[in-house]
Write a protein that binds this ligand. Structure first.
Ligand code: ADP
Length: 461
């Protein structure tokens, strides 16, 4: 019963529901740029959050001195210091350290978490080597990358809206996270100052722009997803009355929240209904690393139940949510052998699944279908941002070299996903404009980016 023929109807339906031909991609592009405009006009409507970051000045290359960065966005926090040497010398030296956050602190009190972070920072600062020099009389300044939803009103403050990604810390929501960190540093006797608060997308944009002035968009494709870009102040109606020190500002789109016009399946709606945030983050649930493996698992489970894909019984572990991770899909897709040996042993390793050759072929097709949709929709999202910028600038964005900086474990590690993303961008833009567009992987640029933003927003300027 486990021949390819018997699963064909489910596979055919999956492929049809996930299909992203050009008209579907173009519909997503148009809906994305419209959702951006709606979000720039006012908060709380049907548009994207489009969060003003109050980052007006990107690094110029002239930044000099010693700066620190602190990155909190998942189960680790990273600390980094960088000695900047200005136009000629650029980055003279860097050092970093990574500390994992004890599970217990992820559901403790705000003071406990920030004390732990401040202590980690204090230990790191104590080990500052001879190649780092602080200008006499100055405090050490920090760029703080904080990748949770915050409402900012200035570059160096932001109110936590809510913890996400498994954090359930009490007492931080509704508070300024910079103040929380400052108070903890004081308790540790650490005399440093937070000069910039950013998320990882903004840090990546700043870090990439430092080396290449044509960078105007940054995208994170990891466990979750987000994108930010450089916007004209006069194109942000909801900032009316704000006295801007410059004519531009980085906007964090929070595009994970996008949902219009996406090709979705029953597996997507089931996964969404079972999630901790039903109805939210639909674009993220279709394109980001946390979810792609889980969508595939749901498809394979149904194929096992309805069509006996893996024989007469349904492998028990396949019923358990998140048993299959996106890295598993990736490893299976790299198998080029005729008998799909690696696919077989990965399935066995994950869930004790015994799959014959036909079943293995089906599994690979399922993976490819989910990854193709994810990569192509991510590409459409990028073109949505570019189209919005292009319309406002009357054609000067795509008429010249433009760079999109991308970071995140999914983009970095999954070659097929990367290729689908690029193909979709090329199809949408047409070959001529696509040739002007550079999509570059900006690895771990966000830490240095945050330090650079601390420098460009230094209190000593
Ligand atoms: P985060 O987004 O959590 O800050 P990363 O940018 O490192 O961290 O992304 C990690 C995510 O990248 C994982 O959740 C996973 O979905 C994806 N990922 C990591 N390694 C691979 C891989 N080899 N193949 C595909 N996806 C991967």
């Amino acid at each position: 019963r486990s021949d390819a023929v018997s699963v064909a109807p489910l596979l055919t339906k999956l492929k049809r529901d996930c299909a992203t031909p050009l008209p579907v991609l173009q519909r997503v592009v148009d809906a994305m740029s419209q959702a951006m405009r709606t979000g720039l006009a006012a908060d709380g409507g049907s548009g994207l959050p489009m969060i003003p970051t109050y980052v007006h000045h990107l690094p110029t290359g002239n930044e000099k001195g010693l700066f620190y960065a602190l990155d909190l966005g998942g189960t680790n926090f990273r600390v980094l210091r960088v000695q900047l040497g200005g136009k000629e010398d650029r980055v003279i030296s860097t050092e970093f350290d990574q500390v994992s956050i004890p599970q217990k602190l992820m559901s403790g009190t705000s003071e406990e978490l920030f004390d732990f972070i401040a202590l980690g920072l204090a230990k790191f600062a104590q080990k500052e080597g001879d190649e780092f020099h602080i200008t006499p009389g100055r405090k050490r300044e920090i760029g703080f990358t904080f990748s949770f939803p915050v409402k900012q009103t200035s570059i160096d403050s932001g109110i936590l809206i809510k913890w996400t990604k498994g954090f359930a810390v009490t007492g931080t929501a509704g508070r300024d996270v910079v103040a929380c960190l400052n108070e903890a540093m004081e308790r540790q006797g650490l005399d440093m100052r937070v000069s910039a608060l950013v998320n990882d997308a903004v840090g990546t944009l700043a870090g990439a722009e430092y080396w290449d002035n044509d960078v105007s968009v940054a995208v994170i494709l990891g466990t979750g997803t987000n994108a930010c870009y450089i916007e004209q102040i006069n194109a942000i109606p909801k900032l009316k009355g704000y006295h801007s020190p410059s004519d531009r500002m980085i906007i964090s789109t929070e595009w994970g929240a996008f949902s219009n016009g996406l090709p979705l399946t029953e597996y997507d709606s089931d996964m969404d209904a079972a999630s901790i945030n039903p109805g939210e983050q639909i674009f993220e649930k279709t394109i980001a690393g946390m979810y792609l493996g889980e969508i595939a698992r749901r498809v394979l489970l149904k194929m096992a139940q309805v069509d006996g894909l893996f024989g007469n019984s349904v492998p028990q572990k396949l019923s358990k949510p998140f048993t299959i991770g996106t890295p598993d899909l990736c490893s299976m897709q790299q198998d080029q052998s005729d008998d799909l040996q690696a696919v077989g042993s990965i399935l066995y390793g994950i869930a004790g699944i015994e799959a014959n050759l036909n079943a293995r072929r089906t599994v690979v097709e399922v993976c490819d279908t989910i990854i193709e949709r994810g990569g192509r929709l991510a590409g459409a999202g990028i073109v949505g941002i570019l189209q919005k910028m292009e319309q406002d600038s009357k054609g000067i964005v795509l008429g010249k070299r433009t760079v999109v900086a991308v970071d995140g474990g999914l983009y970095e590690n999954y070659p097929q996903y990367r290729a689908y993303l690029r193909d979709s961008v090329t199809e949408l833009l047409g070959i001529e404009h696509a040739n002007n567009l550079v999509i570059e992987h900006s690895k771990d640029g966000s830490g240095i980016g945050a330090a650079l933003l601390a420098a460009s927003n230094s209190m000593y300027k």
